[in-house]
Design a protein around this ligand. Structure first.
Ligand code: SF4
Ligand code: SF4
Length: 373
């Protein structure tokens, strides 16, 4: 990839129509030509959980199908896989089946956790992570994130999607060792830096706003974004949804580390972007930003606490299983609840709850409310 293309971001009008997606793939590879003949290419979609495509939680299978077709036409040996936020491979495969991604990938679908590799990290809190060996051995990695909001990181796109390099329970270990938004953002950037993808193609046809990444509201944006630089691509996506890229901690850190610019004026765009004024960020966004600003003094108080809505809870225990620090506890025949003294506000429980039964409430507001009575 020529250096002059590093800051280039392509924004294309798109839908999930197969023919239009094939046209979009042609345009992307004309813009960012790659020698694909005989190359091992890992395609990394976002398979957060086992949800069907219409829920908008995962990268749309039509986009996966379009990229697989394009790569195979160019003679590449394609692998498609992710490590969704569930434990064993059996469940990962189930998530890929439900999301339609296994069918879209066909014979190219791989168990991304099949060759775990211990990888050193130069991070002040997390000294290593276990990642999928295919990430390191692939000749090229093509990242297929979906544009969504996120309780902990506020926004999830290209950089955040590489957290799926990390295998199974090691994600929980990372959360527990990097328990604040800034520490987690630093770890995220270090994981991205292990192997920045050669190409990023974002599904922003149907995005998710509000309380993403699992239970937010769908928002039709009708776009696909592509860039060899995931940080630049994310900056453009955040600009598109009406926010400053600097407001997303992991993008700010990635830019500081020289992984890509988030200054929109320095990004080479094919079109003018009119930022949305009404795209809803997660409930954690404002308090989280203030918490980061106040840092050591009030950051914990400014974060949110997960609260289980008893009418919706099916007592499945998934939130308990996914809590990295053992804060979410369940008693026999009761709904679980979070211990506020242990909870690190990572929101994995909310992300994994299949019933949308967990809401986030500000600790400080709760404290003030309780103190007033
Ligand atoms: S994951 Fe959701 S439904 Fe399951 S126990 Fe937790 S709150 Fe209840
Ligand atoms: S209770 Fe939920 S938000 Fe709190 S640490 Fe556990 S998974 Fe994270």
């Amino acid at each position: 990839m020529a250096d002059k293309q590093k800051n280039r971001v392509l924004v294309l009008d798109a839908s999930y129509d197969d023919r239009l997606l094939a046209d979009a793939m042609d345009k992307i590879f004309q813009e960012f030509p790659m020698d694909l003949e005989g190359k091992n290419v890992l395609v990394k979609p976002n398979i957060l959980a086992g949800e069907p495509p219409e829920k908008g939680v995962t990268t749309h299978p039509s986009l996966v199908r379009a990229i697989v077709n394009k790569l195979q036409q160019q003679g590449a040996k394609v692998m498609v896989g992710d490590n969704p936020g569930v434990f064993g491979y059996g469940r990962s495969e189930k998530a890929a089946i439900t999301s339609g991604i296994k069918d879209a990938a066909g014979d190219c679908f791989v168990k991304l956790s099949r060759t775990p590799v211990r990888q050193k990290l130069s991070n002040r809190n997390v000294d290593h992570v276990t990642i999928a060996g295919d990430v390191l051995s692939a000749d090229l990695v093509i990242n297929l994130p979906k544009l969504k909001t996120h309780g902990l990181t506020f926004y999830t796109g290209a950089v955040k999607n590489t957290f799926g390099y990390v295998v199974g329970g090691d994600k929980m270990r990372t959360h527990s060792l990097a328990p604040t938004p800034v520490k987690f953002a630093e770890a995220l950037v270090d994981i991205y830096a292990i192997r920045p993808p050669e190409l990023n193609i974002m599904d922003a046809v149907t995005a998710m706003e509000g309380n993403g990444p699992h239970h937010g509201k769908l928002r039709e944006l009708g776009k696909i974004l592509a860039s060899p630089n995931g940080v630049c691509l994310d900056a453009v996506a955040v600009h598109m949804i009406g926010r400053q890229p600097e407001s997303i901690p992991h993008l700010k850190i990635a830019a500081q580390r020289g992984l890509g610019t988030i200054d929109i004026s320095k990004i080479d765009l094919n079109t003018k972007i009119v930022p949305l004024r009404d795209f809803k960020m997660p409930a954690t966004f404002v308090t989280g930003m203030v918490g980061i600003f106040l840092n050591r003094i009030l950051s914990k108080q400014m974060s949110c606490l997960p609260v289980v809505v008893e009418e919706k809870c099916q007592k499945c225990g998934l939130c308990v299983k996914h809590c990295p620090v053992g804060a979410m506890k369940i008693k026999k025949d009761k709904c679980p609840s979070a211990d506020k003294n242990i909870c690190i506000s990572c929101y994995c429980c909310q992300e994994m709850c299949p019933e949308d039964a967990i809401i986030l409430k500000g600790r400080l507001l709760n404290f003030i409310r309780r103190s007033a009575h």
